[in-house]
Design a protein around this ligand. Structure first.
Ligand code: SF4
Length: 214
């Protein structure tokens, strides 16, 4: 038990199928100071937003997901490595045989401090690099061509190496409605979100707020 420790969290969804292989628990951590132009998750920037979720509660959600058949865990954000110390503790307690952990970070590997590198010791694959609106890509699970998918463990090699250069004809994207909010899970192609918004507006559906608008 890791009583008293908590991660500032934007949302937790299960099952997600658009950010990593198979059925996964998705945890989006809250808070990011990297401010990439064109970020589609501006709602996760405020480090005081979201909610504090106890590490024990996140572990319970993860173990429930594993019992329900989860293949892996995806940690995104926000910038997960801006909560590196507690995240490392969570991941140390979250290891389950044959279930992989994929981590998204806006940092490059050579920007990481000691504590942040420690998180990667608990991760099977990492997707690195800031979102760069001027470098569109169709590479799976990535938002821009500069972002790299890097397997880090034997399980990561087995599950992620085959996808490093894959560009599917359609990006995997899921739509989830949760508590009156519509969540798009995945990395839609450049320009897709304003198009979706326009087309819904023509049908009378207007978003009060959208996380991709500045
Ligand atoms: S794309 Fe990721 S790293 Fe960049 S501002 Fe958005 S949440 Fe932060």
């Amino acid at each position: 038990m890791l009583s008293g420790r908590a991660l500032r969290t934007s949302r937790v969804l299960y099952p997600i199928t658009a950010l990593g292989p198979g059925r996964r628990l998705g945890i989006w951590l809250q808070g990011c100071t990297l401010a990439c132009k064109g970020c589609m998750s501006r709602d996760t920037w405020n480090p005081g937003g979201g909610t504090e979720v106890a590490v024990d509660d996140l572990l319970r959600m993860w173990h429930d997901a594993v019992r329900a058949g989860a293949d892996g865990l995806t940690i995104s954000g926000g910038e997960p490595l801006q909560q590196a110390a507690v995240l490392a503790e969570f991941l140390a307690a979250a290891t389950v045989a044959d279930r992989d952990v994929l981590l998204y970070t806006g940092y490059e590997l050579d920007e990481l401090g000691e504590q942040q590198s420690g998180v990667l010791e608990r991760v099977d694959a990492v997707i690195t690099g800031r979102y760069s609106a001027g470098e569109p890509t169709r590479l799976i699970w990535r938002g821009s061509a500069n972002q790299r998918l890097i397997p880090l463990t034997p399980l990561g090699e087995q599950r992620y190496r085959p996808f490093v250069d894959v560009s599917p004809p359609r990006a995997p994207v899921q739509v989830r409605v949760d508590d009156g909010l519509l969540w798009l899970v995945g990395v839609p192609p450049a320009g897709a979100l304003p198009k979706v918004e326009r087309s819904l507006r023509e049908q009378g559906i207007v978003f009060e707020e959208a996380a991709w608008r500045p």
